[in-house]
Design a protein around this ligand. Structure first.
Ligand SMILES: Nc1ncnc2c1ncn2[C@@H]1O[C@H](COP(=O)(O)OP(=O)(O)OP(=O)(O)O)[C@@H](O)[C@H]1O
Ligand SMILES: [Mg+2]
Length: 180
């Protein structure tokens, strides 16, 4: 990118608002990051940290506000956007869930295909495990609609589902999962 006058912040977010449907995920975000500055964003799982980062290289659009990098507004598309993305790095959270399957299917597929459990048993067990790790309400969504931490917990539920050699009617349970 072309160099800007000294003192210009490297990243500036002004009045940024973003919604996912009814979910107002980014609310009036004002953030200024200078060259060489290290900023840590801390918040509960699902609070919008990754979404905030994704808006900065325009992997996510915003409904309101302005984002500038090195004093320039984020390009909408085309070569300029490609250049921006090559300048703004991002390390993704990824847990290799099947993108085209729902959360419930991701957790019940292994027990059905590999353990030969019935669909009903596997789905009942999957819902129990999803509830246990705190993402039961996300069962019918697809992985891309979940936060990184939520996906991480689905991956934990999937692993637990495969570890149990018994059907969901068993009284035996995996060891207690402790939230981060
Ligand atoms: N593409 C999407 N469609 C709908 N909702 C989404 C989408 N991406 C994220 N969300 C929701 O937006 C909220 C914020 O997600 P985000 O990934 O920014 O959270 P996070 O703070 O990074 O969480 P974590 O610490 O778990 O990684 C969550 O409630 C998530 O379910
Ligand atoms: Mg995240």
């Amino acid at each position: 990118m072309t160099s800007r006058p000294q003192g210009e912040p490297l990243v500036r977010l002004t009045g940024v608002n973003k919604w996912f449907g009814d979910l107002h995920v980014l609310q009036d975000i004002d953030l200024t990051i200078d060259r060489g500055e290290v900023v840590v964003v801390i918040g509960p799982s699902g609070s919008g940290k990754s979404t905030l980062c994704r808006t900065i290289n325009r992997l996510e659009g915003i409904e309101q506000g302005e984002i500038t990098i090195d004093g320039q507004r984020l390009p909408e598309e085309g070569k300029q956007l490609a250049r921006l993305r090559s300048d703004v790095g991002m390390v993704f959270q990824s847990f290799n869930l099947f993108a085209h399957k729902t959360i419930l299917e991701n957790v019940s597929l292994g027990p059905i295909k590999v353990r030969k459990h019935s669909k009903a048993d596997a789905e009942k067990r999957a819902r129990e495990l999803l509830d246990r790790v705190g993402v039961g309400a996300q069962a019918d969504k697809y992985p891309a609609q979940l936060s990184g931490g939520q996906q991480q917990r689905v991956a934990i539920a999937r692993a637990l589902a495969m570890r149990s050699p018994r059907s969901c009617s068993s009284t035996s349970r995996p060891r207690r999962w402790t939230p981060r």
